[in-house]
Design a protein around this ligand. Structure first.
Ligand code: C2O
Ligand code: CU
Ligand code: CU
Length: 487
């Protein structure tokens, strides 16, 4: 179903009041629910997840593709989420989601996409530092039957990135059906660190999502006027396309490369036994030193690499969970002997930080609800024919993002790896947010200050995007475009 921003004109008065005056939180929840019919969650759309037949499946590991030339087919398919039920889906070379691309920093790659579905599609490399013509945003959409090749030299640090649909107004629905996958960049530094790196054995990709299903097993993507701002949360929590699967872990350090691949759900991750783990990487780089945590908050599109130590835990069973909704993502059984030994180093990298004193200007971005226009940035709804910002190459800038609403948002900048300077006016930022990032969480009424520098790729005509990565917000206007210009 296509969500047009026009639908905001019909926002219920209660929701509108909330959005535009930002009055209160909890109460509105309760009040809103009384408007729903039986079986309807607050985000609209029935969810029959609980009544469909399930058995415990092993954690799927997306196929690893290595090299410099990749052929990816965007296809219509069927995927078995529930026993004996074929759910219509989209996938990339696969029935749901797509392979993990391993790219080597410095190598020149060609990623050739063919669109065989009956909709326009663009596939964006999220976190990839590439020229705007290779970004895979709405300006590189493929019509049904068309192909497009992303051809570039990998030019960034080792990190876990991803690709996903970025089709104008259709990103939410196409990602929901399965158009996403991981891109892992490796370099000499990641080679040298004594970290778990046996893919699928002790180096485990986790694309975390939640989905709603109809009673016939089909995916139900029908966010209503409340779900668009507040989030469209399903009852089926899944990892790599399997609902609450089982992972047999070796009794050693295990690295999880976690992507919040949901459309619009915040995840507060941790293990059922409360154990601590080490976060070693943010969206686009290692952290300088591992950060010990027992809960990890990830907003949609953010990544974190963590290492958890199961040495001495042979025979233990636990789960990786979302503590906000108390749902299981992955069942873990520590049942295998360690096949290698690794040790997270106490120092991972040294990051070249930009100096705020070098900043040449400050840009301010207000994330707002606007009567009659829905969700906007600086009063404007996304227009692919309008350039909102012209950002000169090689200049240090401060970008201030203000969430003027009471609902959660985040902010993503294409092709750019920034650092967080301040949260809510304080420069005392959490230790696990001190790596390079491309997406930053901004809770209701919060603000962040980022230090940003556009490097390498200027283009006077083809823009990149910045936007909220809650996909229903993005699809409904909360996105803008910038050109990187030669000075
Ligand atoms: Cu993950 Cu503009 O996208
Ligand atoms: Cu992106
Ligand atoms: Cu948002």
């Amino acid at each position: 179903m296509i969500m047009h921003r026009r639908q905001f004109l019909t926002l219920s008065s209660a929701t509108a009041l909330y959005l535009f005056t930002g009055c209160s939180d909890g109460n509105t929840n309760g009040r809103q629910q009384t408007h729903m019919g039986p079986g309807m969650g607050p985000s609209g759309g029935n969810d029959a997840s609980g009544s469909l037949p399930q058995t415990l499946k092993p954690l799927p590991i997306p196929q690893a593709l290595r090299g410099t030339s990749f052929n990816l087919t965007i296809q219509q398919s069927q995927h078995e989420f529930f026993n004996g039920i074929s759910t219509p889906t989209y996938g990339v070379n696969s029935s749901y989601l797509g392979p993990t691309l391993f790219l080597r920093n410095g190598s020149t790659v060609s990623i050739h996409f063919t669109n065989t579905i009956n909709e326009r599609v663009s596939i964006h490399g999220h976190g990839m530092h590439v020229p705007p013509s290779m970004d895979g945003n709405t300006h590189q959409e493929m019509a049904p039957g068309e192909s497009w090749t992303a051809h570039y030299t990998v030019n960034q640090k080792a990190s876990t990135n991803w690709y996903h649909s970025h089709t104008l107004h259709q990103t939410g629905s196409q990602v929901y059906k399965g158009l996403a996958g991981l891109i892992i960049v490796e370099d000499a530094q990641s080679d040298a660190l004594n970290l778990p790196k046996r893919y699928g054995e002790d180096d485990i990709p986790l694309v975390l999502q939640d989905r709603k299903f109809n009673s016939d097993g089909s995916l139900n993507y029908t966010p209503n006027m409340r779900a668009i701002p507040f989030g469209y949360v399903g009852e089926s929590f899944m990892a790599n396309g399997a609902i609450e699967p089982l992972f047999h872990a070796e009794a050693k350090e295990i690295r999880f490369r976690i992507l919040n691949g949901s459309n619009s759900t915040m995840y507060e991750l941790g293990f059922s036994d409360g154990r601590s783990f080490k976060q070693i990487a943010t969206d686009n780089s290692f952290l300088e030193t591992p950060v010990t945590l027992n809960r990890l908050l990830l907003s949609p599109a953010e990544r974190a690499e963590i290492v958890v130590d199961f040495s001495g835990d042979l025979g233990k069973e636990l789960t990786l969970r979302d503590f906000r909704r108390n749902k299981t993502f992955v069942n873990i059984s520590v049942s295998k002997n360690a096949a290698s030994s690794t040790k997270v180093p106490s120092r991972l990298t040294t990051l070249q930080k930009l100096n705020p004193a070098d900043a040449t200007r400050t840009r301010v971005f207000n994330l707002e609800g606007k009567m009659g226009q829905g969700l906007v940035i600086n009063g404007k709804s996304m227009d692919p024919n309008r350039i909102d910002e012209r950002v000169p190459l090689n200049q240090v800038e401060i970008w201030e993002i203000h969430n003027r609403m009471h609902i959660d948002h985040n902010f993503h900048i294409h092709a750019t790896h920034f650092m967080l300077l301040e949260r809510n006016g304080s420069s005392n930022i959490p230790a696990n947010e001190r790596g390079f990032k491309d997406t930053i969480y901004i809770p209701g009424r919060g603000s962040v200050k980022l230090i940003v520098k556009m490097v390498d790729y200027a283009d006077e005509t083809i823009p990149y995007m910045y936007h909220c990565h809650f996909l229903e917000h993005e699809d409904n206007g909360m996105m803008g475009q910038f050109l990187v210009t030669n000075v």
